[in-house]
Structures are given as structure tokens and as C-alpha cells.
Design a protein around this ligand. Structure first.
Ligand SMILES: Nc1nc2c(ncn2[C@@H]2O[C@H](COP(=O)(O)OP(=O)(O)O)[C@@H](O)[C@H]2O)c(=O)[nH]1
Ligand SMILES: [Mg+2]
Length: 353
């Protein structure tokens, strides 16, 4: 899971990266891409640790990428095209727009205007996709002239891409026109930006904390208001000192936790839980994953020799107090390969190889 942080220069992208990762700006390489693997907090593993006393606890991680700043002369753009190779490969975008005032940090185009910046960023995303789309359409149109055996496939792709091109030209993001399933799969390798889920982060000043975000992006999965600089202090301070500090400012949850959660949801993921004396672990899975694919994630042997997925919902396990009691209460099911894993399922794959 990779999330790219994008926005105009001085919108606070690097501050957001620090607030998420805890890595201070002076530890980053300013001219390069910086990546942080952030743990996804999974408190449900506490119970499994208690019950199974495993040697290891493994939470899932999410990668956040901070892109280097613009070159001179490029400041009018967010630089999406320049970073396209990286951005095509991320699964979600964290779009940072600036709402904080500051005498010392020059705002984009001379004034603080988050809605204008968001609109411009959306345009830049459309244009970047349009370039990819038009390039491919051109190639396909040339390719189709030759009578090759995959001509029908190419034709099909061309139709889809022409529809995409038309949507982009009408300023519609591809997420609103591409159907999930085959179409989505066919386009995946292009890494279109407007097909990716977006979380908008409005970087607010301290005085704006507690107020509703100054804007909401109806196209985004979520819009969150965060004071990035304050959060960089919060993340760096002793965990014991945080609650008092947060209470003083009226901050209910760390931006890191809010953002990781929002991205997790935006990516359409759920969590499967496993435990044995060796390890307890949280596994992110796309919604709708069948037990056989979940087993393959853990180990190919488990999929190959799959017999049943012994499954109990986390809440049932907690209520019962132990796996044995959950079994006695009839809460433990033996599910087949086709069973669709649900969020919070505690699963043990029964297999035979
Ligand atoms: N007052 C204030 N300054 C901020 C905030 N977020 C970032 N800054 C400052 O704005 C400048 C640019 O931030 P930076 O994260 O480097 O922006 P980037 O170019 O988008 O990576 C830095 O001096 C930050 O300290 C904020 O929420 N409030
Ligand atoms: Mg930066």
C-alpha cells in the first residue's frame, strides 16, 4: 500500500510527511523521494497477544511518499507530471492544500486559497492523465491497422481509452466513469491519477483547529483538516505528554492515525487477524477477498493444501474470552475456499500438503 503526498510548494507536504512518519525534515534528503513505512495501529491484536502469547506481533504498514520540492520556474505547478513515474505506482493520493496564513512562508500565487489550489491540482491530475491516455490512443490506432491476432483486444482497449479521453476532456475524473472489475483491471497498468482514491488534507493554522474544514471535496474519499506543524511536534513528543497537549488544543486524535485510517478505508481494505505461538498478525485484504486468496497471502502452501478456514469474528472471540469458549458457544465456523473474509475475522487455515 503506497500513498503519494502531492500539493503545491509550501503547502506543507513535508510537514505532513513528518507528522505521519515522525521523521523530522532535517533528517530527510530534500532532493529525493522520501518514503516512510507507517504502522497501521491494530488494537485488536492486544487480545490475540493475551490469548496466544506469541513471540512476535506484526501490524500492517502503509508507505507514504514525500516528493522533492519543485525546481525554479516550476513553482506554479504541483509537479505531478515530473513525478508521474512514482505517482502512477501509488495506490492513493494524499492531496495537501494550504489554509494556514504565515508571514514568512509565501503562499501559492500570492494568496491563501485552498479551494483554488484544489481546483488547480485536480486540473493538473486531469492533464497528466490526458497525456497518458492520448499517447496510448495514438499507439493503438496505429497498431490496429495491422491485422494481428490480438486485434480485437486492442480494439476493445481503444474503445475504453477513447471513453476515458472524452471524460478527461470534459473534466471528469476517471474514478467516476471507469466500471470496477474488467475495465478497472484493464486500465490498472496506466496508473491514471484521477482513478486513484484521494484524501484531501487541508493544512490549517492553529487558530482554525476545532472548526469544520474550510472546504470539502465531493470527489475525495474524505477531507480532513490538520495543522501540520503542530502535528509534527505532537508526533515527536513523549507519548505520555501527548494527551494534555492535545486536550489543550482540542485535538481528538493524532493526524497520523486519522490519515492512516482514512487511507485504509479509501483503499477499500479490511483486516484479517491470525495468531499462533509464533506470531500474531494483522493482514490487510481488499474487500471481497475469498478465503483461498487470503490463505495464499499467508503462504502458498496454505492455499495449495487448503481444507477449511476456521473463522471467528473478533467481537465473538472477545465476548467468549478464549478460542475454546468461542467454540463451545458455537461461534467458530469452518468456512470453505469461497468464503468472503470479513473485517475482524480471526482465521486459522486448516491445510494439508
Ligand atoms: N504556520 C504554519 N506553517 C506551516 C504549516 N505547515 C507547514 N508550514 C511551514 O511552511 C513551510 C513549507 O512547508 P513544507 O512542509 O516544507 O512544504 P512543502 O513544500 O509542501 O513540502 C515550512 O516552513 C513549514 O514549517 C502550518 O500548518 N502552519
Ligand atoms: Mg517538501
Amino acid at each position: 500500500m503506497r500513498v503519494g503526498i502531492v500539493g503545491f510548494p509550501f503547502s506543507g507536504k513535508t510537514a505532513v510527511f513528518t507528522a505521519i512518519s515522525g521523521v523530522p525534515a532535517d533528517h530527510l534528503r530534500p532532493a529525493e523521494e522520501n518514503l516512510a513505512a507507517v504502522h497501521i495501529p491494530e488494537p485488536r491484536l492486544d487480545l490475540l497477544e493475551k490469548l496466544f502469547k506469541p513471540r512476535k506481533r506484526t501490524e500492517a504498514t502503509m508507505d507514504f511518499i514525500d516528493l522533492p520540492g519543485s525546481r525554479e520556474g516550476e513553482a506554479e505547478k504541483a509537479g505531478l507530471e515530473r513525478h508521474l513515474a512514482t505517482l502512477r505506482q501509488v495506490e492513493a493520493l494524499l492531496v495537501v492544500v494550504r489554509a494556514f496564513e504565515s508571514g514568512s512562508v509565501p503562499p501559492h500565487q500570492g494568496s491563501v486559497n485552498p479551494q483554488r489550489d484544489l481546483d488547480q491540482l485536480r486540473d493538473e491530475m486531469l492533464i497528466a492523465d490526458l497525456a497518458i491516455c492520448a499517447g496510448r490512443v495514438d499507439k493503438l490506432e496505429k497498431g490496429i491497422v495491422k491485422a494481428t491476432k490480438d486485434r480485437d483486444l486492442l480494439k476493445h482497449e481503444l474503445e475504453l481509452l477513447l471513453r476515458c479521453q472524452h471524460a478527461l476532456e470534459s473534466e471528469k475524473p476517471l474514478s467516476t466513469v471507469v466500471r470496477p472489475g474488467d475495465e478497472e483491471k484493464m486500465l490498472r497498468s496506466f496508473g491514471f491519477l484521477t482513478q486513484k482514491p484521494v484524501i484531501v488534507l487541508v493544512n490549517i493554522g492553529e487558530e482554525q483547529i476545532g472548526r469544520p474544514p474550510p472546504l470539502r471535496d465531493p470527489l475525495a474519499f474524505d477531507t480532513v483538516a490538520v495543522c501540520a506543524t503542530l502535528e509534527t511536534e505532537l508526533i515527536r513528543m513523549d507519548a505520555a505528554d501527548r494527551p494534555a497537549f492535545m486536550a489543550e488544543y482540542g485535538i481528538r486524535a493524532l493526524a497520523r492515525d486519522r490519515l492512516v485510517q482514512a487511507c485504509f478505508q479509501a483503499l477499500g481494505l479490511i483486516t484479517m487477524l491470525t495468531a499462533n505461538p509464533e506470531e500474531t498478525r494483522a493482514w490487510p485484504l481488499p474487500k471481497g477477498t475469498p478465503a483461498i486468496d487470503a490463505a495464499a497471502k499467508i503462504h502458498t502452501d496454505l492455499a495449495r493444501g487448503f481444507i477449511k478456514a476456521e473463522t471467528v469474528a473478533y467481537d465473538d472471540l472477545r465476548a467468549a474470552g478464549s478460542l475454546r469458549d468461542a467454540k463451545a458457544a458455537g461461534k467458530v465456523r469452518l468456512e470453505p475456499k469461497s468464503y468472503i473474509v470479513q473485517d475482524g475475522d480471526f482465521i486459522t487455515i486448516k491445510f494439508n500438503v
